[in-house]
Design a protein. Sequence first.
Length: 453
Amino acid sequence: MLEDFRDRKLGIMIHWGLYSVPAWAPRDTRLLDLLGEVEQGTYGVNDPRYADIDPILTSPYSEWYQNSQADPRTPTAAYHREHYGDREYASFRTDFEADIAGFDARTWASAFDGAGARYLVLITKHHDGYQLWPSAVGDTSPLPGFNSSRDLVAEVAEAVRARGLMLGLYYSGGFDWCFGEFPVTSYENSQGFIPDTPEYAAYVDAHYRELVERYHPEVLWNDIGSPPGLDVAGLVDWYRAQVPGGLINDRFRQDSVPDFTTPEYGKSADIAEQPWEMCRGVGHSFGYNRAETQAETLNVAEAVRLLADVVSKNGNLLLGVGPTSTGEIPQLQAEVLRGLGRWLQVNGDAIFGTRPWHAAEVTTVGGQTGYLTRRGDDELYLIVPGLQAGPVEIAGLIVPDDTQAAVLGAGPVAVRTEAGRTLLQIDAVPVEEAVAIRFAGADIVHRTSRISS
């Protein structure tokens, strides 16, 4: 199943829950600066009034609303006082469950399939502890029955599988603010806020077993570690007996053996030896944040470049989408999904089912970065974002004389090698965000070379 997962390349991660009702977080980037590289550069409003507050409390993640709101010094607390007064976070359950009345999971499945995504990771329980399925073990929580009476997990699972998407289920094994250890006030010491009780360990174990028995997910996507008393190895062994070949990520605990790693808002500098998955939101929040603007949101060209970059380095891209409380995908996010789908419909052969070549990148003489992938031994792909029609020179890439070249979606192009450069004539650009060129020939993957330019 791991090779199937690697073939799929593009996944969608859905954050949807009570936090989708207030749907607000500050446009503060300090947490993202700690997590990794933000693709677009520096955006947001890092208000100097909050400089002395730990970045975990000014998180741009709207799904952390409850945590941020709990500290009266934070911008989220100020927003909550202005809009909701002294209302308790748990009361948003009433709003959420009313708002989802018209939700149809098939709309999501259609949008994600149209975007070219080939797997889905659904948040079943985030740190606030609210569950998107009617759990039978919820009565052991300090908030009994803190779950949806409607089986949203089942509805989404059925809809996306009908479209051929692989199903992954996210579960916050580390944090559950119903069990105390709240609010989390330190990014550096966040692991110290994982509840350390036998009751919580048993609760997590029971939830995982229930999710597996009901929905048989191909991927278990844990977050924030696990309670010390949880037998992670035993749980994973049991899961793989129920779902042969089932995959786990690297966020259970340090002594687990993951199938792939999950850098958050961070990329690999070069080709990684082991499979990995970059996860990030379309914007700076995973959940819907009504404060976000285009400045915090990937545009289609940036999303295509990011996908090509990640895939060229042996990774998958898990792109976070945050619906509104009614289940609607916000316009800014929907535009990115449609644009990705439009590009992949033409250029998907350069992405899906590929593996990295022995180099991830080359550069045109004009200074544009191109990303390389391969399919088997006889096809090499070059993806160049922003490439225009006209002559193109690829510095340092030497293809054999018998190479056949074609622009995906446009047809064959002339190619030759001269003075350590590959020269092509691009007559048409089918999709403006990036051009994908296929180089084909017997054993071309091994007969093509790259030299320093």
